[in-house]
Each structure stands twice: as C-alpha cells, then as structure tokens.
Ligand binder design. Sequence first.
Ligand SMILES: CC(=O)SCCNC(=O)CCNC(=O)[C@H](O)C(C)(C)COP(=O)(O)OP(=O)(O)OC[C@H]1O[C@@H](n2cnc3c(N)ncnc32)[C@H](O)[C@@H]1OP(=O)(O)O
Ligand SMILES: CC(C)C(=O)C(=O)O
Length: 508
Amino acid sequence: MNRNIIVLDTTLRDGEQVPGAKLNAQQKAEFARQLMRLRVDIIEAGFPASSKGDFQAVQEIARIAGERAAVTALARAVKGDIDAVYESVKLAQNPFIHIVLGTSDIHVERKFHRSKDAVLQMGVDAVKYAKSLLPQVQYSTEDASRSDFEYLWRTIESVVKAGATIINVPDTVGYAEPEQFGDLICRINERLKNINDNVILSVHCHNDLGLATANTLSAIKNGADKIECTINGLGERAGNASLEEVVMALRVREGHYRCTTNIEAKELTRTSRLLTYLTGLDVQVNKAITGDNAFAHSSGIHQDGLLKDKNVYEIISPEEVGAEKMELVLTARSGRHAFKHAVEKMGFDADDEQELEELFQKFIALADLKKEVYEPDIFYLVNSHREMSKLGPSLYELGSFQVTSHTSRATAAVELRKGDEALTGSADGDGPIDALYSVMKTLTGLDVNVKHYKINSISGGKEAVGRVNLHIEHQGKLYTARAMDTDIIRASAMAFLNGVNAVMLEKA
Ligand SMILES: CC(=O)SCCNC(=O)CCNC(=O)[C@H](O)C(C)(C)COP(=O)(O)OP(=O)(O)OC[C@H]1O[C@@H](n2cnc3c(N)ncnc32)[C@H](O)[C@@H]1OP(=O)(O)O
Ligand SMILES: CC(C)C(=O)C(=O)O
C-alpha cells in the first residue's frame, strides 16, 4: 500500500529568507491562500519573533487557514520566540510550534560556545515549555547531516521524551548526498520506532550541491513521512528542495516510491507564477516543472517524435501541473514535421508538398535570422508566399542596397536586377525610406507614388520581423503591396518592388 507523505511548505519562512523575497502581510496571506488551493498539509508561515509585520502575517494566515492546512512558525530555543509563535499561530485549527537548535559540533562549539550537554538541555527545556502551550511541537536538529550521530540521537531521544511530536532532520547547508542521507534517516527511523512509534520523522534539505530533491526522495525511501519544501526551490542560499520536483517525482515514479501526497498538482504552475509575481524573482527557464522551457520542445527530431506520440519525449503532460499545452518552439533546428504542424495549426492546408518545401526553405532562412519563429511570423510567411505565387515570377528583384542617414538628409544606393540586366543608381531623400524609394522609382522608370506606408513588428523577441504595408498609386489606381524581413529597410525595399511588379504584371 502507498504511504502518504505529509508536505510542509516553508516558502513563507525559509523561502522568504532570500534577499529580495520579503513579502508584506497581505502578500503572504495571498500566497498562503494559494498554498491551500495546492493542498499542502502544513504552512510554515514565518518567524514571528523577527518583526511585528511577520507576527501579524503569521497571525493572519493562522486565522484564514481553517481546516485546510495546519499552520506553524519557527522559534529558536528561546522562550520569547516560542511565545511569539504560540501567540501568532494559536488561532489556527491545527497549530504547532517549530523549534530549531543546532546539533553539529560546529554549531555547539562555534555558535553557542557551550557544552553539548548544555545545548541539549536548552532544547529539552524549550520543548517542555512549547508543550505547555500546544500539544504539537516540532523539533529541528539543525545541521543534522554534519552532526555526530550518537549526539544527534541522544538529542532526538531527549526531546521526544520531553514531548516533541515531529522530529525534523535538516541538511542545513546542503552537505548531504543521497545514499548517506538515506542511511542517516534509516538509522534514526529504526531507533525512533523503538522509543515512540507515533513521532513523525521529517526532513528539510537544502540545495547547495544541487542535491536537495534527490536527498529528500532518498529520505522518503528510507522512512521519512514528512518533507519540507518550497515552491520554485526558493530558500536560503541555493534554496530548498523544490516542492514541485519532489511531488512530481513521487507521482511520475509512484511504482518506485510507492508514496503519494495530497498535493493538487494542477495548481503547481499557478503557485509558482504567483510566487514569481509577488517576489519578482524569476524561475530559471530550464527549471524542472515550473521553468518556461519545462514543456517546450525545440529540436526537429524531438518535435517529430512528439507529434507521432507525445510519450516519446514527454514524461509529464503540462496539463497535469496546470501549464499550457505542449509547446513546439520553432527554431532553425526544427524540421519539416514540426513546421507542417504549425502551418496546419493556424488553419492553412499544407497538402501541396512542393509549396510546403518552398515555405519550409523560407522558414529556415527566417529562423536563421531569428532565435525563435512565432505564430504570427508563420502566418505572414504563408500568406505572403501565396500572394507572391499568384503574382508569378517577379519582374524586378532586389540586388543590393546601402542606405546612410544623417541629421537632415539620407542617401540610398540600390542595385536592382531585371532578368540578366543590373540597374544601379543612388538618390537623396528626407529620410532613408524616402531616399530608397526615390532611387527605385528612377531605376524602374515607372510613374508610381507611395500613398500609404505602414510598418509593424509582427512578432516578439529582439529579432522581431518588421512588416511593411504599402499603397502604391499608378495612373489613378491603387496597388497594395507587402513585405516582411528582420531588416526593416530591406522589408521597405521589397514591399516597394512587390508593388511595382504588381503594376508591371497588370500592364503586361
Ligand atoms: C537554518 C535556519 O534557517 S534558522 C532560521 C533563520 N531565520 C532567521 O534568522 C529569522 C530572522 N532572524 C531574526 O529576525 C533575528 O536574527 C532574531 C530575531 C532571530 C534574533 O535577533 P537578535 O536577538 O538581534 O540576535 P542575532 O540574530 O544577532 O543573533 C542570534 C542569537 O541567537 C542565538 N541563536 C541562534 N540560533 C539559536 C537557537 N536555535 N536557539 C537559541 N539561540 C539561538 C545566537 O547564538 C545569537 O545569540 P548570542 O547573541 O547570545 O550569540
Ligand atoms: C529551521 C531548520 C529546519 C532549517 O531551516 C534548516 O536547518 O535549514
């Protein structure tokens, strides 16, 4: 039978310890509401002794939590801190006090300058005091993974006897590695069962070596029943175990771990985005589950495989975590299958193989100029290709051009080709486009006037494509012409030529 793992979210306590992540009481309450929608079992709401603002934030979260989540907050083994936690969480339906105290030699000797026995006694006294206020008390043996095992165990045994109901084993500085940490949890678990079977064994891992998720999973395999995580892995230094990673690993590899959680996975993306919005701290694009690229596929071989069967390259469907549907990002590394899929997705038929190949070649040329090709690019590419095909072979083609612009004047030099003939010339103008059109008008010898000129950016990104729309007048008749390019001068020149060619074709 599957074990249910209790999930404590500490984004509002450990996550908030990150520089720049500080939230006000109203923001903390908003995020806590989202954590309740996510169905975390416990919210660690803050460190109420640290400031009046945090005390009030914890109090508000305790007030709104109701039955939806247990609420706790952190205290040192200090009476004043414990009082602050009690006073701020007591309104919750399921409140508990969380006490932390170091067990490693370095904490005992360098931080507290006391004997091991004295530090242990501080912990016992703190638990006894907390227990006089609330029935549920969690005790964290800070820096457990760097602690002498027998002293660590002696501490756990003593605080359990004093009334601690949850023992939390932190890898405070992210020093542990999965096998060793799993072994530590296994040893503690075996002894704990012998002294009190009702005590919950919990872990809290940091990511200094990028192992927080792996260590948390290893602890679960070795008997931990409760985990502490944060959204987006936010937390002190390199952060904490990421809630979304651990939860989805348990879900995707359920057969392996045989554990479940109460988490509503569909709320993961929304929770991550809310956190980014509130803190202004972006998630790295390739972050598992919540990064922008977590469900984006950009290379041709992958895109082809996904279109044939999404299981070829997808172990989690984005919908499962509340993200948008699988995204195929079109780049110069995309292939014909993905391109055809994008063309059809926009409602164009793509059955003509020769046309599709021509379009694909234009797409690759464009993708070489741009990092990503967006839907509006494809839309315009197909439409303009089809429009140009209707016009037949272009009469004038753009060879080369050079445009210089000064404060008050601009000059353009252009080479056009008409069959084998090369036509070159230059002209001045009020601005670069005026100079360009002036020389092209002379070279084609046609009496045309530009009546309307409009340029738009039709897609996103630094290399966005510029689209030029023109109305050209010839002998009282208006001709519409368009062109697009990542170079707006080239797009302007090509639009003019397209207009001129339309006039020529009609006259022919
Ligand atoms: C691993 C973790 O994430 S632990 C949680 C970290 N979170 C925080 O620190 C929350 C924010 N902190 C604060 O607001 C402040 O540091 C406070 C309110 C906790 C304390 O502020 P101050 O009283 O000004 O003390 P300061 O932070 O300068 O020093 C910490 C003191 O607590 C002591 N201390 C540290 N940890 C503990 C502990 N677990 N139990 C008892 N005392 C402790 C230190 O030894 C030091 O005391 P000393 O002055 O006798 O040497
Ligand atoms: C309070 C404890 C659990 C902690 O944050 C740590 O040890 O990292």
